[in-house]
Design a protein around this ligand. Structure first.
Ligand code: C5P
Length: 232
């Protein structure tokens, strides 16, 4: 599994996204397109970024009945993204349907990653709003294991959970971790953070980094610093 830094392109227009990507003259970073940008610009933004030679993680977090997820994943697969995701809480059957939909005629497919519990959901919200009484760590590990049983490639998780996910699901089960900050940088609204070097140490396979790169005075230098710390 190749370790890589994925830049979260959390912009609300193609114009801002390309102004940002144009700064990278030498390299073609792996980029994450989330709901904001995708809903603003539609599938054309995926095709244009792909045409520029970037790898793409399409972060749309699908969650619906298995048949709808299967058919939607088939459409995303045709966009030729490299990685996409869904909510593990949609059940194993939904995840299996997603894999079927994603798999192209030649047997290839984008990587499929599950969201376990969103990091914005805490124990209290899980108990009171979702009526899930188990400890959150146990729920996260159970969802990760379900994702593995359904044939998915890995999970999105906090860097603090990456080690435990590997212990439970095997070291080839990929961990994609947001919540990364430089040791001397702003933490912002992220609660549980790690530096790229710590994320490497703990065994994250991919780190997703947004504002420490997109809001940096020199985004290319910030990206290179992430790569140097995380990939080495
Ligand atoms: O700017 P920042 O580095 O905090 O961006 C992190 C990215 O990862 C954002 O696109 C955010 O939506 C995403 N993310 C996250 N926490 C999760 C899942 C996704 O921060 N649990």
């Amino acid at each position: 599994m190749g370790k890589d830094v994925i830049i979260a392109c959390d912009f609300d227009s193609a114009e801002k996204t390309f102004a940002f990507l144009d700064k990278f003259t030498g390299r073609k970073p792996f980029v994450k397109i989330g709901m904001e940008l995708y809903y603003a610009e539609g599938p054309s933004i995926v095709k244009e970024i792909k045409k520029r030679g970037h790898k793409i993680f399409l972060d749309l977090k699908l969650h619906d009945i298995p048949n709808t997820v299967k058919k939607s994943m088939a459409v995303l697969s045709r966009l030729d993204v490299d990685m996409t995701n869904l909510h593990a809480s949609g059940t194993k059957r939904m995840m299996e349907a997603a894999i079927e939909g994603l798999t192209r005629e030649d047997g290839t497919r984008p990587m499929l990653i599950a969201v376990t519990q969103l990091t914005s959901t805490d124990q209290e919200a899980m108990e009171n709003d979702l009526l899930i009484k188990e400890p959150i760590d146990k729920v996260v590990m159970h969802y990760a294991h379900n994702a593995k049983l359904a044939g998915l490639d890995g999970v999105v998780c906090s860097p603090l959970e990456a080690g435990k996910v590997h212990d439970r699901c095997g070291k080839d089960f990929v961990t994609v971790t947001p919540g990364v900050r430089f040791a001397d940088g702003e933490v912002g609204d992220q609660k549980r953070v790690m530096t790229p070097a710590q994320a490497k140490e703990i065994g994250s396979d991919y780190i997703v980094v947004g504002r420490p790169i997109t809001a940096a005075e020199d985004p290319v230098a910030a990206y290179e610093r992430c790569v140097a710390e995380f990939v080495g």
